[in-house]
Design a protein around this ligand. Structure first.
Ligand SMILES: [Zn+2]
Length: 107
């Protein structure tokens, strides 16, 4: 906690590979997408962190390019999906504006 991303990656790459791959490798308190991906690359299998749930509850959506804070006014009239070209059900069906509306309506 509190270390830089590069420092975290360095430590994970040193500590995780020697652990038995046939047993679960667990990491606690890491919840940002970039950090999760780096940990998976190092061999971590399971995570436990409040951050993804908290971010979702507060209207954050992480895209390939940047996080979106959907409660912001700038998304009020955006008809585009969260992530252009994403085949997931949310991106296929709902616009940023509609998801923002749901957050503001408390749905
Ligand atoms: Zn999507």
């Amino acid at each position: 906690m509190g270390e830089t991303h590069a420092n975290m990656v360095e430590v994970l790459n040193e500590l995780v590979p020697p652990l038995a791959a046939r047993k679960p490798r667990y990491l606690m308190g890491v919840g940002m997408p970039r950090d999760i991906l780096a940990a998976v690359r190092a061999g971590v299998d399971m995570f436990d962190c409040v951050l993804p749930t908290r971010n979702g509850r507060n209207g954050y959506a992480f895209t390939a390019t940047c996080p979106l804070r959907l409660r912001n006014e700038q998304y009020k009239a955006q008809d585009e999906p969260l992530e252009a070209g994403c085949p997931c059900p949310t991106c296929r069906r709902f616009s940023r504006a509609y998801i923002r509306h749901l957050f503001l309506a408390g749905r």
